[in-house]
Design a protein around this ligand. Structure first.
Ligand SMILES: [Zn+2]
Length: 341
């Protein structure tokens, strides 16, 4: 059976129950029911609610699988509070194996809080966002880097001036996941992030309502990377323990230090051709180190991408085929080491 009224189920589920449901989104032309699938674990005792959003971008899979492993490893009879997972917040993008909604080419993570009578991406946001905002104490928004790129798991958080959620709190929460770096992401327009309405992100709009939320970038899209999935599932368990959801379990020991990225952006390529990596994602590349080398269609070296100062390499292009303007590398230009005690 598939439940369709999340609010009612959250209120009336029996302690220790696991419920599967769908947030309704209407119907397809062929008559299928459309919706966002969710899992609710209602604890045996009261407590906070941890919400995992498995993906907003349809081709990002590792975090979703980590959510499954975490949830399937919990005994609801021992749970205090609730764990909820929305498997995919954009089922249309997922079934098309792509980032954005096929029917309107919009990015769900730029569409919150949404519009119930709008285009499909706006409807997705309007269906999901209020339900998360009403119930979740902490929301983990799962992502991965795009399928042409390679990265090791890292975290991203935003600061909302009115949220009351402090940077230190967000950094400590991301530390459960052992990220290579935790990046503070600006929502200002015209910066070095991807173009678009970054303030429409699920985590930022939750922060605007005083809810705690952050993002994890778990490896590469379009893949199931077992070590990254295991690391993330362990992080979810540690976070749940810290929140008091697993009352007889302690969180993982907190790492003493965490890298914090404070200025980052994309490095694009000037020449088309075939790119080969010269550096490693998740590590510092020193000034002048080749990040990528590009040979053209005639086998001639036409571009060596370097940076004038040391950078932390967040992700690098894995798919070698490039043309002018493609994203080659994603780097932090400024970072520091935070003490978490
Ligand atoms: Zn994403």
């Amino acid at each position: 059976m598939i439940a369709t009224d999340f609010r009612r189920e959250f209120r009336s589920a029996q302690p220790g129950q696991r419920i599967r449901g769908r947030i309704p989104l209407g119907t397809s032309a062929s008559g299928s029911e459309l919706g966002i699938p969710w899992i609710l674990l209602k604890g045996a005792r009261p407590g906070p609610c941890l919400w995992i959003n498995g993906q907003v971008h349809g081709d990002e899979i590792n975090g979703l699988l980590a959510g499954f492993d975490f949830i399937n490893g919990i005994d609801p009879a021992r749970l205090h509070g609730a764990v909820v997972m929305t498997t995919t917040a954009n089922p249309f993008a997922m079934e098309a194996r792509r980032k954005k909604t096929p029917t309107d080419e919009e990015d769900l993570d730029q569409a919150c809080p949404g519009r119930a009578d709008g285009f499909m991406t706006q409807r997705l946001a309007a269906a999901l966002f209020p339900i998360v905002a009403e119930h979740a104490d902490v929301t983990v928004c799962m992502h991965a880097v795009g399928t042409p790129y390679e990265a090791v798991p890292y975290a991203v958080y935003k600061l909302h001036p009115a949220s009351g959620v402090e940077e230190r709190t967000l950094l400590r929460l991301t530390a459960h996941f052992r990220p290579a770096i935790s990046c503070r992401m600006s929502v200002a327009a015209g910066g070095t992030e991807l173009p678009g309405n970054i303030a429409g992100a699920l985590d930022y709009q939750l922060l605007a309502l005083g809810r705690t939320a952050f993002m994890l970038e778990i490896g590469t899209g379009g893949r199931a990377e077992a070590p990254h999935i295991a690391q993330t599932a362990a992080g979810l368990r540690s976070l749940a323990a810290e929140m008091g959801l697993l009352a007889d379990e302690a969180p993982l020991p907190r790492p003493a230090r965490l890298l914090r990225g404070t200025k980052r952006g994309h490095v694009t390529v000037a020449h088309g051709g075939f790119a080969r990596m010269g550096a490693r994602p998740g590590h510092v590349a020193h000034a002048g180190t080749p990040l990528l080398r590009i040979e053209n269609a005639w086998g001639e070296l036409v571009e060596t991408i370097t940076q004038p100062s040391d950078v932390f390499v967040i992700s690098l292009r894995r798919d070698p085929v490039v043309q002018s303007g493609d994203r080659g590398a994603y780097v932090a230009w400024e970072w520091d080491e935070m003490t978490l005690d």
